[in-house]
Design a protein around this ligand. Structure first.
Ligand code: HEC
Ligand code: HEC
Ligand code: HEC
Ligand code: HEC
Length: 251
């Protein structure tokens, strides 16, 4: 396993004190609309992407620190809570880093004139890994590159909201850094935009028959990892009840 040292990013790309260490990969308006794309426009955008130093594309800069998927898994591997970790493992984001080792990735990198292997290229890692270039003081535990695009890339760095009592209260969790990818397409559009070499403007078909490179509603549906409705909003209560029942049975 490759470990991402805690100092990933801080030392990289020569960020100087007082300088912003992160620039928003603002999704161009066309990523949101259903407009068709002329191939030349895509080529121009790709060229401009490569000209600029790549910026990290996942959860925006914040005061909260990253903990990694294993910490979320302490609770979110439980079947009672819906085992979101297992669902994520089956989905596209868990393999985002592994993809960079594929022949397809090698070819893409070559065509773009990137000399380093894609799994080491900032031009790819910015969207295919988590917390790339985040300053060291914001990484609470070493992150694994292999975990690709993990929970916190969409839900926000979790050190301050991961306590059970905070998690169980959505508004409180939000105050402690939890983001809302269930209702905020901008979180996805940071990566799902034409800066992606494989961005296909006809990937998603809309109900009116037009196509678009990313449709939030359909994409969200494809990666769902729900909390079972029997426990949604009352997990602590259900867990407590089960514990009491077990104790009553002498277990
Ligand atoms: C100590 C246990 C625990 C840990 C660790 C934990 N969670 Fe949770 N999480 C919960 C519980 C309990 C709920 C609330 C379930 C309910 O009652 O609906 C929850 C709810 C959530 C929700 C739904 C919030 C809402 O109300 O819509 C998200 C998203 C979430 N967790 C993400 C994460 C992420 C990402 C991490 C890791 C950074 C994490 N959790 C770590 C226990 C935990
Ligand atoms: C702006 C974010 C972004 C950047 C930069 C990026 N990717 Fe991706 N990549 C994505 C997204 C999002 C997808 C999913 C398909 C899509 O919308 O392009 C993807 C999909 C892929 C796939 C297809 C996976 C499959 O099996 O369907 C390959 C291969 C790939 N990327 C390689 C690369 C390589 C190599 C680089 C660096 C030269 C790179 N990507 C840079 C965001 C990005
Ligand atoms: C690519 C972005 C992304 C990643 C990565 C991701 N999630 Fe989510 N998560 C979402 C979205 C979007 C929703 C809302 C889906 C919906 O509308 O049902 C969600 C919903 C949830 C919920 C609430 C489900 C409910 O029924 O209310 C929990 C809990 C959760 N995620 C935990 C996790 C954990 C734990 C991980 C890592 C193992 C993870 N997520 C990885 C985007 C993501
Ligand atoms: C940090 C970058 C990043 C973020 C944020 C992100 N994704 Fe992705 N997504 C990727 C990459 C990279 C892939 C390609 C993974 C692979 O196959 O290797 C991908 C693939 C996908 C795919 C499969 C390809 C496709 O377009 O059908 C879906 C669906 C998807 N993402 C949905 C979402 C949704 C919904 C959100 C927001 C809630 C989101 N993603 C946020 C990077 C990201």
């Amino acid at each position: 396993m490759h470990r991402v040292p805690a100092e990933i990013g801080a030392a990289r790309r020569g960020a100087r004190a007082g300088e912003p260490r992160w620039r928003a990969a603002t999704a161009p308006a066309a990523a949101r609309s259903g407009s068709a794309w002329a191939p030349s426009a895509v080529a121009i955008l790709l060229a401009s992407l490569l000209a600029a130093a790549p910026a990290r594309a996942d959860a925006p800069e914040s005061d909260h620190a990253w903990v990694g998927v294993d910490k979320c898994g302490r609770c979110h591997k439980k079947d009672l809570l819906g085992n979101q970790v297992a669902a994520w493992r089956r989905g596209p984001h868990a393999r985002a880093f592994e993809t960079l080792r594929s022949e397809a990735s090698r070819q893409i990198a070559q065509e773009l004139g990137i000399s380093s292997p894609p799994e080491e290229a900032p031009e790819c890692l910015t969207c295919h890994a988590s917390a790339f270039e985040v300053p060291a003081e914001r990484i609470a535990y070493p992150l694994e590159l292999e975990d690709g695009v993990q929970c916190e890339s969409c839900h926000g760095p979790g050190r301050d909201y991961r306590k059970k009592t905070i998690m169980a209260d959505r508004q409180r969790a939000i105050r402690h850094g939890l983001l809302e990818p269930d209702r905020d397409p901008d979180i996805c559009l940071r990566c799902h935009n034409e800066a992606s070499p494989t961005f296909d403007p006809t990937r998603y078909r809309l109900p009116d028959g037009t196509t678009t490179g990313f449709d939030f509603e359909q994409a969200r549906e494809r990666i769902r990892h729900p909390i079972p409705k029997e426990v949604k909003g009352r997990y602590l209560e259900v867990e407590k009840k089960l514990r009491e029942e077990k104790r009553a049975r002498g277990g």
